[in-house]
Design a protein around this ligand. Structure first.
Ligand SMILES: NC(=O)c1ccc[n+]([C@@H]2O[C@H](COP(=O)([O-])OP(=O)(O)OC[C@H]3O[C@@H](n4cnc5c(N)ncnc54)[C@H](O)[C@@H]3O)[C@@H](O)[C@H]2O)c1
Length: 337
């Protein structure tokens, strides 16, 4: 059945998800704060900068009036980059009705509060039902209909299932989960490991190194997330290891790309300028380190990434320091009899 859906944010991800929704027969209103972006989308029915080549159906309309993308909407998708989640939630708040669902699809942890994004949405929009949706899903591939799986997470089962019903189709499979915190931590912390994977690529390391970073990376993310209250199964699922694999391997990952440039010798500022997009892992790296300290969890890869980003440490030295750490067993929970 046709539903009215609002999409807040017209970057790569907001645009790709709008197309999924329109293909499912829904009427979609997309809002952007950037007037020129809205005009470009109206004129070309294509996001020429962020998702070139992906034509958008007529059932999608574009606006700079945020009220039009909120009032009367069955579902509101919040797709702005994580650094704008709080400011955009504030702008949305006066128009969101009690009980309306806002699905946050950004990935990040707020640097100064260390809060995950659904919590920020709930804090800024009184009465909202905040949910999340993430998983291994690059906009470039979703935009051209390549088979993709994600997870919809919400405190209430009915909310997660509503998101699932609205988004699901034969190329976009949606699972549900009650573990919103685990999903959010997996989704945001993997960006930090992706920077490390990129650095390894830039240094000319091999597949062995990449596999090590992915495996030890998820071990690190899991230690922290479980201590914070997440479920371990979430970390071995699509929004944990799944999203980590895609971000560390994909040519579409801006975090991996920025890391690669740093591995080749560029500074953080030079690398982010070259990537020309928000590199969320840089913000999440600081937040992850602070969370590790707060919850007293060892995060060796994340610590080294921070040193490369903020203390001018050479990526090559960071790799060596990870390799020569104290000897230990692979898992502290495995014991000899
Ligand atoms: N791109 C992907 O493949 C993908 C996939 C899954 C999740 N995500 C997540 O979705 C979020 C958005 O990613 P993206 O790739 O669409 O980013 P993007 O860089 O393409 O988004 C930029 C867009 O943000 C909006 N914007 C710019 N300044 C703003 C402001 N001050 N306030 C509010 N909105 C502003 C504009 O519409 C702009 O086009 C990120 O958290 C990302 O991790 C992205």
């Amino acid at each position: 059945m046709m539903k009215n859906i609002g999409v807040i944010g017209a970057g790569s991800w907001g645009t790709a998800l709008s197309k999924v929704l329109a293909n499912n027969g829904h009427k979609v209103v997309v809002w952007s704060i950037v007037k020129e972006e809205v005009e470009m989308l109206q004129k070309n029915r294509e996001h020429l900068d962020k998702l070139p080549g992906v034509k958008l159906p007529e059932s999608i309309s574009f606006t700079t009036d945020i009220k039009e993308a909120i009032e009367g909407m069955e579902l509101i998708i919040l797709a702005v980059p994580s650094v704008f989640t709080r400011s955009t939630s504030k702008t949305m708040a006066p128009f969101v009705k009690e009980g309306q669902i806002v699905v946050c699809v950004a990935k990040g942890i707020e640097e100064n509060t260390l809060k995950p994004l659904a919590e920020i949405v709930a804090e800024e929009i009184p009465g909202v039902k905040a949910a999340v949706m993430c998983g291994p899903s690059h906009a470039e591939e979703v935009g051209i209909g390549l088979p993709t799986t994600v997870v919809a997470g919400a405190k209430e089962r009915a909310v997660a299932e509503k998101i699932q019903d609205i988004f699901m189709n034969e190329v976009f499979r949606v699972y549900t989960s009650p573990d919103v915190l685990g999903m959010e931590l997996g989704g945001s912390l993997k960006n930090v490991i992706a920077l490390a994977a990129g650095m390894a690529d830039g240094l000319g390391c091999g597949d062995n190194t990449k596999a090590a970073l992915i495996t030890r990376g998820i071990a690190e993310i899991s230690r922290l997330a479980i201590k914070m209250g997440a479920n371990s199964e979430t970390l071995s699922g699509l929004t944990g290891i799944g999203d980590l694999i895609v971000t560390c391997e994909s040519k579409h990952s801006r975090n991996r790309k920025a890391g690669m440039l740093m591995g080749q010798g560029l500074t953080m500022d030079e690398a982010t300028k070259e990537v020309k997009m928000v590199v969320e892992g840089i913000y999440s790296a600081k937040a992850a380190l602070a969370l590790g300290r707060k919850y007293d969890v060892e995060l060796p890869i994340i610590e080294e990434v921070n040193k490369v980003l903020f203390e001018n440490k050479k990526a090559k030295d960071a790799v060596t320091d990870l390799m020569v750490r104290d000897k230990r067993s692979e898992s502290s929970s495995l014991e000899w009899n």
